[in-house]
Design a binder for this molecule. Sequence first.
Ligand code: MG
Length: 389
Amino acid sequence: MSSPSKRRVLLLGSTGSIGQSTLKVARSMPDEIEIVGLAANRSVELLAEQVHETGVKQVAIHDTTQENALRRLIPQDVSIHSGPEGLIELARMEGADIALISIVGTAGLHPALAAIETGKDLAIASKEILVMAGEVVTQAATQHGVKLLPVDSEHNAIFQCLDGHGNPGEVSKLILTASGGPFRQTPAAELVNVTPEQALQHPTWDMGPKITIDSATLFNKGLEMIEARWLFGIGMERIDVVVHPQSVVHSMVEFCDGSVLAQLSNTDMCFPIQYALTWPRRIKGDLKALDLAKLAKLEFEPPRFEDFPALHLARDAGLSGGTLPAVYNAANEVAVQAFRNGLISFPDIWHCVKRVMDTHINLPSSSLDTILKADREARLAATDFCTSS
Ligand code: MG
């Protein structure tokens, strides 16, 4: 018997870092969370293990060439949805209360909208969903009466700080914390020598390669500024960033009376995932509270805006709105891959994004087609930059 309060969770992107942490959270509270559907890109063996563990009856695989391999590994009574359309079909499934989407890149956009349109709350772990399509997604959520729950640790922290203090007139600003990445203290002149291996060493968080490099360039924080603008309906000019190397304070809200509320926990994505899935309740799981007395210190410092231009570019994109945030995201994605492939230098990631943004003709972002077209054009322009530089 499932308890009446049990959350039925559809997990899209189950084999990645966030997906695996979500399954860990689910495992720790079987009376609270039930996984009812799984989707992955192409890691069939891990996906098959997860199907056996959770007993789901519906699964989606993005890469159609892996469908047969998956079929051989899972019970016959499990339905397989395949390809980009398969992910959308799964997102529309009945019998799920919430869809947690942690799919890298733009592939999560249509499934996210499909989940909203079929009345599911959305736990958002993929930044692209709100960075690219913040207007479309927030409007759809309002229209269908579903809740958007942030899984990113910073936004989840702000969400927790705002709980019960949501009156927009009382909020002065949102303060996103940034670890500063591995090059926080590297002199600007030396950034040109940074190798992909060095950029993949994150000081505090264990994450996938794309987001780890984004943390080193601060593009990750830039994307989070734009994401925050949509999630909390607050102007870009009231979204601040402070560097906090220990990554213990996950973000803060400053109120009109001068008080600041912060959310603190150990650096483990299971914390925000659990809160997003059990909200509005707090449930005792397996996670260990901070031992404050053992923390030697908590430091804060301003970001190096001039040496790490990703934040200025994000503010420009967020203030302009339209398709520019999608362009910021797409150009960065191409540039990160080019950097990993040794085609461009570390600072070229910024140069590439700036160039592509400067040449983009901005359009209103009220349709997904317009956004996706801007995304494709930005990728072409960024590829051009990376192969000709
Ligand atoms: Mg984050």
